[in-house]
Design a protein around this ligand. Structure first.
Ligand code: 3HC
Length: 879
């Protein structure tokens, strides 16, 4: 048997326990592997050995059919396997290392439908890859069965996972189990009947809230609402569920089919009123996302025409939405976010994160107090250092206000707030620093000040202490220049407000040790940030990439375009606000300081606009003093300020870039593109220089750091959806008309002229050169790793190659064994490569290096692959 499986055990009590097992989150995968893809007998044999053709959905159907047929089965309990070990058969089993295998880890009922399938549909455009689960499995097989089912849930039941449980006749859950329908975050709606059953179980208002906000509840709340019938400890879960199922079968408890209930729906007019309000809210909060209105329409269908009609409409709309560009973007973001936690040579070299218990923050200003707040909320003790007691008091008060504010807004309990504040200490010297595991410096952007602080830190802190700086622009090599601790120096670039914004940009230099990066990544996750590891350069990945954002806007204004029109169009595109309102919000001091840094680093592509200086001279400082491009009044939306127009005219006069002295005529689309294409252009340079590990890291950084619309998939995904060709041609045209700022980078030019996307997946190089060829991989693995198992199973601690059709080819490893494997596959199937190995000499890394080598051979020029190049020997090459 393989590790993705569904099993059934019938007890002497007549209860069949059907168990789902598909680690790590029991995703509900449909069958989709075709053995004919693989010519290797070894792989085929392995797949068959482990029974990997099972899919969770097919398995569920099969086991239900068996349970219905068997006379000794009276009722069913649906649950998940809490502990899993991969069984190994055959000659290799004795050497199999079980310690590397992931287990069920205390149980997760299900993270929902397998999101890989969405990606598969997106890649192939083939909607038939989506199975009919909603009617065939949930309605016909489970809910309308002649024997009752009880779901025994622990850990989490999300999306399709929760929907399966709602198709059961009762739900018993362990304490603190997470229950939710987060499908809208993937650009779709619940597709296994959730839009119909949830309102029938918890009432219309709560169901609409849970779906539209994609916010899970815990089982305790679920019990109060009626979603959960009983809460029992994990140990008792199965026992109570069995009894419950028997009670239903023997009519001691009600046999409830959720879809047929109406008692919680309220009257038609009440339901319609709730839906109307929700529609208006969604129009405001999610204007470019069709799934919100679609979800409400589908709910309404069920209220008006009955649950079954609702289920049918849901299935139809679900399929339409899976193909939408919104879903493509959001699904990409889902996987891109998870990919950020895989950093070559950091997370794949067997290092373990060290425990960071206490962190010192230097500087209690806006950033320092925000960082300290985030750490305290993550239960990490903080020592806040300032230079005098006045500043220290200010910093401490700001932290307290941040934390108390969360209590007021109902986001934190009073107890947790007190606990967080109790582990904060303010200091004026370094004496406490001998006990800290990490320092995060957050003082003003002055190289000499930072250099002297880091020299002092080297003396004051223990040798293991991580020395991090929150600089947003300064070269880290300069910061650590006067120390001998450059392996401990790292950038921890938070975004303001640091306790709210989810991105943590971790900046490494060539000298920063892998351990330090791993530790900071772990701290980042502990404090609920998404850490993205990037290289060292002016502005690092995010600020550098977005540096042309306001520059482009300033060029446009000086070319005669209205500021407020620009802001309006950029907001309509999906950014939370336009570049000028953003400048108002950040304050002009920031704009000036950042502008100076970039002008020094990239003088060839800096546009010098006098506008900010003119604004400052006229007594404006943006939101800080209530006067900028907009007028800011308490409790009111920012209002465009007409009195700024003469200042803009003055700027235009000084720059004198309007052709013939007349404002340029540009359409709305061109305005958006003139601001965002230069950003894409800079992102190309960032990728070309190897500042990011992978293109999708820039997608995540743009979404979480700059609030680029996630439904567009992030900056690079969006650029690829438009096509590098159009971006290149437009930039070239503008550079000829308006100068170097728009000049296309070499990277963009190459991709555009070769008709290739910006995303550098190795296979795309191969596809490009060898459209129809087959690629043969041949490895002779003689060192540490060998293949013992291959199959279509997503699994931790394995090397995964995700194929174009969405299947995952998995290679697990065993040590101290030698084998030669030849994989033969058409190269067009290789689209994405994930890596998460423990051994530096892993087969996976050899594969990557090998592919890079092939790429290199085919292109005849050096690709910038700093993360892999030169570290591993090339394996046998046998095309
Ligand atoms: C028809 C239906 O209505 C449609 C659906 O059900 S759509 C799916 C709805 N479900 C969701 O949106 C839940 C998505 N998953 C999550 O939110 C989180 O993964 C979680 C809360 C389940 C677990 O979080 P956490 O423990 O931090 O682990 P996380 O790193 O996110 O995920 C672990 C692995 O499981 C994978 N995974 C999680 N949920 C998955 C899913 N539904 N399908 C496929 N893979 C999934 C992740 O990609 C990751 O893989 P990796 O290790 O190779 O990167």
């Amino acid at each position: 048997m393989g590790i993705m499986r569904v099993t059934m055990e019938v007890g002497s009590d007549g209860v069949a326990v059907i168990t789902i097992c598909n680690p790590p989150v029991n995703a509900l995968a449909p069958p989709n592997i075709r053995v004919s893809y693989w010519n290797s007998d070894l792989i085929r044999r392995r797949i068959e050995d482990f029974g990997c053709f099972d899919s969770v959905i097919a398995g569920l159907k099969e086991k239900y059919r068996e349970a219905m047929k068997r006379d000794d089965v009276k009722a069913i309990v649906l649950t998940e396997e809490p502990k899993v070990k991969l069984p190994v058969t055959g000659a290799l089993s004795s050497t199999f290392d079980y310690t590397t295998m992931r287990t069920g880890e205390g149980g997760k009922f299900s993270g929902g439908f397998d999101i890989n399938v969405f990606q598969n549909v997106h890649n192939k455009g083939d909607i038939s890859l989506l199975p009919d689960v909603s009617v065939d499995l949930v309605v016909n097989t489970m809910e309308d069965a002649k024997k009752p089912s009880v779901a025994a849930i622990q850990g989490l039941a999300l999306g399709g996972g929760l929907e399966l449980t709602m198709g059961c006749h009762a739900r018993v859950a362990a304490p603190k189990t997470q229950l939710g329908l987060p499908e809208l975050t993937l650009g779709v709606i619940p597709g296994f009947g959730g839009t119909q059953r949830l309102p029938r179980l918890v009432g219309m208002s709560k169901a609409v809230e849970m779906m539209l906000l994609s916010k899970p509840i815990i089982s305790e709340e679920g019990k109060k609402l009626g979603l959960i019938d009983a809460i029992v400890s994990s140990e008792e879960l199965l026992k109570v569920s069995r009894l419950w199922a028997l009670d239903i079968a023997q009519r001691r408890r009600p046999w409830m089919a959720s879809l047929h209930r109406t008692d919680k729906l309220g009257s038609l007019s009440e339901a319609r009123e709730i839906l109307k309000v929700a529609r208006q809210q969604a129009k405001q909060t999610a204007p470019n996302m069709p799934q919100h209105q679609a979800c409400l329409d589908v709910i309404e269908e069920g209220v008006v025409f009955g649950g079954y009609s609702g289920v049918l409409k849901e299935a139809k709309v679900f399929k339409e939405l899976v193909l939408s560009s919104t879903s493509r973007g959001l699904v990409h973001v889902f996987f891109a976010q998870r990919a950020t936690s895989k950093v070559p040579n950091v997370t794949d070299v067997g290092l373990k994160p060290r425990y960071i218990k206490k962190v010192a923050v230097i500087g209690g200003g806006l950033m320092g107090s925000g960082i300290a707040t985030a750490l305290l909320l993550g239960n990490i003790s903080v020592v806040l250092k300032e230079i005098n007691s006045e500043y220290l008091q200010k910093g401490m008060k700001a932290i307290e206000a941040n934390i108390r504010g969360l209590v007021t807004r109902g986001k934190l309990t009073q107890d947790k707030a007190e606990k967080a504040l109790s582990i904060l200490k303010g200091v004026l010297d370094y004496s406490e620093f001998k006990h800290v595991d990490m320092v995060i410096e957050a003082v003003i952007e002055s190289i000499s000040l930072k250099q002297s602080i880091f020299s002092e830190l080297e003396k004051a802190c223990p040798p293991h202490c991580i020395l991090a700086t929150n600089t947003s622009t300064i070269d880290l090599n300069l910061v650590g220049e006067k120390t001998r601790s450059q392996d401990r120096i790292v950038g921890a670039h938070f975004f303001s407000p640091a306790h709210v914004m989810p991105l943590l940009e971790i900046v490494r230099t060539e000298k920063t040790s892998a351990q330090v990066i791993l530790d900071l990544m772990t701290v980042g996750k502990t404090i609920k940030k998404v850490p993205v590891v990037v290289g060292n350069c002016t502005g690092f990945a995010v600020n550098r990439t977005f540096f042309p954002y306001s520059q482009g806007a300033h060029i446009l204004v000086n070319l005669g375009v209205d500021v407020f029109r620009i802001d309006r169009l950029i907001s309509t595109f999906g950014m939370p606000m336009g570049p000028f309102q953003l400048q108002d919000l950040a304050g002009y001091g920031v704009a000036k300081a950042v502008g100076k840094e970039f002008a020094a680093a990239f003088p060839d592509r800096t546009f010098r606009s006098p506008l900010v200086d003119l604004l400052v001279n006229s007594g404006r400082n943006g939101k800080n003093n209530g006067k900028g491009y907009y007028i800011y009044e308490k409790g009111r939306k920012p209002k465009p300020d007409a009195s700024v127009l003469p200042i803009i005219e003055e700027s235009r006069r000084l720059t004198n870039i309007m052709p013939g002295g007349k404002p340029v005529s540009v359409n709305d689309q061109e305005i958006v593109e003139m601001i965002l294409f230069p950003v894409v252009n800079e992102a190309c340079r960032v990728m070309d220089e190897g500042v990011v590990v992978r293109a999708s890291d820039l997608d995540i950084a743009s979404v979480l750091g700059m609030s680029f619309p996630s439904y567009r998939g992030g900056l690079i995904f969006w650029a690829d959806s438009i096509g590098p060709g159009h971006i290149y041609t437009s930039l070239k045209k503008w550079s000829e008309a308006y100068g170097n700022f728009f000049k296309p980078s070499k990277f963009l030019e190459e991709r555009a002229t070769k008709g290739m996307p910006l995303v550098r997946t190795l296979s795309q190089f191969l596809i490009y050169d060898q459209r129809t060829c087959f690629v043969f991989f041949s490895f002779k693995v003689t060192s540490v790793d060998n293949i013992v198992y291959a199959g279509p199973v997503p699994y931790k601690h394995t090397r995964r190659i995700i194929l174009l059709d969405g299947n995952t080819f998995v290679v697990s490893m065993v040590y101290h064994f030698t084998v030669t494997l030849t994989i033969c596959a058409p190269c067009r199937w290789l689209t994405q490569i994930n890596h998460e190995s423990k051994c530096p000499q892993s087969l996976f890394q050899i594969l990557i290096t090998w592919l890079d080598f092939v790429t290199y051979l085919h292109h005849g020029h050096e690709q910038k692959l700093p993360w892999y190049r030169g570290r591993y020997e090339f394996p046998m090459f046998n095309p």
